[in-house]
Design a protein around this ligand. Structure first.
Ligand code: PGA
Length: 229
């Protein structure tokens, strides 16, 4: 099982340090892998029970890419885990599938663990053509890559408090499991109250959590709930 905290544009270097210190006190069940994705300015070589990853990176070692970070900046802190294709990058920052798949290829060639996010908008869900939309977000992605973790995050469930229904998640994860042998996560308003039910969904190997992960007490509560399973 995987439980990952995506801080997004929350926390500072100081509060990330405090968070990770408190996380150490929270007892983790065997077989649960923890990941924390702080903002770029808080990346460091922390001694942590969680693997630290970056929320995004540009597909180059270094160069003239204002506002981006690349391999050289990640290597300074021994970071080898990345989120790519998050819906906020796709929809708010306008990242194209072509750009995302180029980044994927670059970091795949360097052996990174990649949390690769996909998810349909409400409009697509209502039109009902979810599968072909998700497939378009997998274009150019090596679905057999051993460092790949796919996170299914319906856009309408992210940060809205509205979690997808279990049968909706099950249906999509079932479909994705026919495309890739790699672990599948769910993300979108996961919280202590629903994490157990989500973890029980067939083909679900874990959760990528935003809002409910920002307070370490709440993240620890989710770990506790997983321990009870
Ligand atoms: P949320 O975010 O838990 O706040 O819905 C999930 C995500 O964006 O990964």
């Amino acid at each position: 099982m995987i439980l990952a905290a995506n801080f997004k544009m929350n926390h500072t270097r100081a509060t990330t340090k405090e968070y990770l210190a408190k996380l150490k006190e929270c007892e983790k069940p065997e077989g649960l892998e923890l990941f924390v994705f702080p903002p770029f300015t808080a990346l460091d070589r922390y001694e942590s029970v969680a693997t630290i990853g970056a929320q995004n990176a540009y597909g180059a070692e270094s160069g003239s890419f204002t506002g981006e970070i690349g391999l050289q900046q990640l290597q300074e802190f021994g970071i080898t885990t990345l989120i790519l294709g998050h819906s906020e990058r796709r929809h708010l920052m306008g990242e194209s599938q072509e750009l995302i798949s180029r980044k994927f290829k670059f970091y795949k060639e360097r052996g990174f663990t990649i949390f690769y996010c996909i998810g349909e908008t409400l409009d697509i869900r209502e039109k009902g053509d979810i599968q072909s939309y998700l497939q378009s977000q997998l274009e150019g992605i090596d679905l057999k890559y051993e460092g790949l973790i796919v996170a299914y995050e319906p856009v309408w469930a992210i940060g809205t408090g509205r979690t997808a229904k279990e049968e909706e998640i099950e249906e999509v994860l079932g479909f994705l499991s026919t495309l890739t042998p790699r672990p599948l996560l769910y993300g979108g308003s996961v919280k202590p109250e629903n994490v157990q039910n989500i973890m029980r969904i067939p083909n679900c190997s874990g959760a990528l959590v935003g809002t409910a992960s920002w307070r370490v007490e709440s993240f620890c509560e989710m770990i506790e709930k997983i321990k009870e399973l």
